[in-house]
Design a binder for this molecule. Sequence first.
Ligand code: EPU
Length: 336
Amino acid sequence: MVTRIPEYSLRERNTFGMDVSCALWVEYDSPKDLADIDFGALPQPVRHIGGGSNLLFTGDFPGTLMHSAINYIKYFDVGSDRVPVAVGAGVLWDNLVAKACADGLWGAENLSGIPGEVGAAAVQNIGAYGVEAGDIIAGVTCWDTVNKEKVAFKAPDLAYGYRDSFFKQPEVKGRYIITGVLITLSRIPSPKLGYKGLAEMFPDGTADSPQAVRDAVLQIRASKLPAVSELGSAGSFFKNPVVTAEHFTRIADGFESVPHYELSGGLVKVPAAWMIEQCGFKGAKVGGAEVYRNQPLLIVNTRGAQPEDILALKDKVIAGVRERFGVELEMEVETV
Ligand code: EPU
């Protein structure tokens, strides 16, 4: 079934809580519906969104916003150690994780509590506590809006990287609408507890169940990240930048120690939160937008922030970090 609503308010459709609208909202609940939609006849441009948890609307959207309500979780459980699970693109990511953990299946537990939907998770390659969605995604099915046909991609085609995938490449951006995602979970215990906060909670390096890891992740998240139902945000606003070893030496000059992760090729990932904090931006404000005090990688909407407030605050943070550390922060949130 396809639902079409003109002049649709997006207020409840973006976790930043921007009070904006689109010319047409189109929601569908079956992959087959996409074959019946004449994309050329819709108000342009046409864009697909998920839970709106990683987006900043900078104003009213003049075209059509599409949204998937394809909702199923199907196990292909043949009793082996690996359990393939097919999931509709419109399923809330955390409902999938909650179910996997309740059923004692390993693989998704570190990705607990992340807002958003399964289709968008596969585009964005969401990640937390040492695991990325791409680690457990075996493939996706899509509707190709150019050739007007169903297509399937296997994991190696998806080019997963840090918050990056095939679907974000400029040549294909917007072309494929994800309808379903195939996830591989495991019955064999495989806890990944290396990330700092988790390692502290599981000091002997083991966990009894995926549910125990989920509970710990939810506890850590609650202590750092605001619930989007209480304080509008789109999660991390910036990506963690990667610099050369030589640049890192200059960043670290004068500090006793600087948090960092060494990557291959002599590159170093430096937490943007640390740099933003050093620049004194914790709690910095423009209008109703504020650099979140508990985790300065986030910009939050404290009260009635306008898109311009958020953009101005973002520019201020980027300029400050550039001046102090010579690092160009990139947005993790996507603007629409
Ligand atoms: N830090 C500070 N000051 C602070 C907070 C953090 O200096 O106020 C430093 C600390 O050294 C800390 C380090 O930053 O160890 C990393 O902080 P944290 O573990 O909170 O993670 P992050 O790098 O800031 C990333 C993801 C988060 C994800 C966490 C946990 C990105 C852009 N963000 O944040 O993802 O939850 O790791 O894995 O990679 C999101 O994408 O929306 C998101 C929330």
